[in-house]
Design a protein around this ligand. Structure first.
Ligand code: PLP
Length: 419
């Protein structure tokens, strides 16, 4: 819709987050991109309508709006910015990260197809792959992250796509992307990565040979715990297919949300630098504390993918997962004693958020089912915000020292907690 984007090609990411994708001149001379709060766009006459439809037919960039489900001006600016940040040809923004994942898989796979997903991933992605898509005869094999032989062995004549998350949720596993891309190329497979935990500040999957990058923009890209959105970025040919699917599925982000996302993206670099610093400092503190059994953070040499992460990533992000020398109740007691973070299921915003996966994302599973996918009761996922690292560490220290971590030392927190 806007012909002259700001000429910032070739600049660094800190400049691009602010300016890339933005029209040089915006409506009404506004510096910020206005919110166009309309469901439909009107044509002045039939000639204008037909000219618009002809461009659409030829898959040329539209010069105007048509109907809200097909996009809006703020969406277009966000998409251009995301494409620039990832170094991709084209981006599509959707209503949530899950909308981006489900719409991508629905658009690119057909009945009879098979794909491979790395196992340590967002639970709803796994459920969609193993339960929902199976109803449509699209089958998925899970392989352990880091096991490239298992990944290659899982390829069948029906395999169309490899999907990974990096870093993963909750163990922050980091994929060797050039290695994965090389396997995919040899077998003619498409590669998709959910890089929500990475962001284009820390990891640039398209440069490492991935075909499509997905984000839950709800997290670091929005950055303020105040919106839900998702995105997929990559070659125009694939993004166009996903857009055509979403024009039918209708998982669009509304103009107000897109405004917030655009505003959040402008400070992505500043926020990520602080998330990276807080992640590293807190991970090092936890790793040195006797009440902490294990810490998973790619910036620690003890992490299984530390060397891969050093090659793939600029910084290691704000999520730190760890297990306490405690049981499920003691861990809950520790979380309740923390004073700075909120307790909740998200990450990537300015406010720190902590969760105990056994009682949050995996609450419906019993202990054996959880054990089968490696989620223990004493696991904590701490998504650090942009507060001061010293304050976050002091808060952790007081909680670790104040609270009895073992149930035998203290009265029960209440019936029904142990599962
Ligand atoms: C890695 C990852 N991918 C996808 C999603 C889903 O994103 P959304 O909540 O925006 O649908 C999440 C949500 O937590 C996530 O952590």
């Amino acid at each position: 819709m806007f012909s002259t984007p700001k000429p910032v090609k070739g600049t660094r990411i800190d400049t691009q987050t602010v300016h890339a994708g933005e029209p040089s001149q915006k409506p009404f001379g506004s510096l910020t991109m206005p919110i166009v709060q309309t469901s439909t766009y009107c044509f002045e006459d039939t000639a204008a309508l037909v000219a618009h439809m002809r461009r659409k037919e030829q898959q040329l960039e539209p010069l105007r709006g048509e109907y809200g489900r097909y996009g809006n001006p703020t969406q277009e600016v966000v998409e251009r910015k995301l494409a620039a940040l990832e170094g991709g040809e084209r981006a599509l923004v959707l209503s949530s990260g899950m909308a981006a994942i489900t719409c991508t898989l629905l658009a690119l796979l057909s009945a009879g197809d098979h794909y491979i997903l790395t196992a340590d991933c967002y639970r709803k992605t796994r459920q969609f792959s193993q339960e929902f898509l199976r109803r449509f005869d699209v089958n998925c094999t899970l392989v352990e992250p880091g096991d490239y032989q298992a990944l290659e062995d899982a390829i069948t004549p029906h395999t169309r796509l490899l999907m990974t998350e990096s870093p993963t949720n909750p163990y922050l596993r980091v994929a060797d992307l050039p290695r994965m891309a090389e396997i995919a190329r040899r077998h003619g497979l498409l590669t998709v990565i959910d890089a929500t935990f990475g962001t284009p500040y820390n990891i640039r999957p398209l440069e490492h040979g991935m075909d499509l990058v997905i984000h839950s923009a709800t997290k670091y890209l929005g950055g303020h715990n105040d919106l839900l959105a998702g995105a997929v970025i990559g070659a125009a040919e694939y993004v166009q297919r996903i857009k055509e699917a979403n024009d039918m599925l209708g998982a669009i982000a509304d103009p107000q949300t897109l405004y917030l996302l655009l505003r959040g993206l402008k400070t992505l670099s500043l926020r990520m630098a602080r998330h990276n610093e807080n992640g590293q400092r807190v991970a090092e503190f936890l790793a040195s504390h006797p009440a902490v059994r294990q810490v998973w953070y790619p910036g620690l040499p003890s992490h299984p993918d530390h060397e891969v992460a050093r090659r793939m990533m600029r910084g290691f992000g704000g999520v730190v997962s760890f297990e306490l020398e405690a049981d499920l109740e003691g861990t809950a007691r520790f979380i309740d004693a923390l004073q700075i973070p909120y307790m909740g299921p998200s990450l990537g915003g300015v406010e720190s958020i902590v969760e105990q996966p056994a009682l949050m994302s995996h609450f419906t599973l019993n202990e054996q089912e959880r054990a089968a996918i490696g989620i223990r009761g004493e696991l904590v996922r701490y998504a650090l915000g942009v507060e001061d690292a010293d304050d976050l560490i002091a808060d952790l220290q007081q909680a670790l020292e104040r609270v009895p971590l073992s149930v035998s030392n203290s009265p029960s927190l209440g019936a029904g907690l142990s599962r």
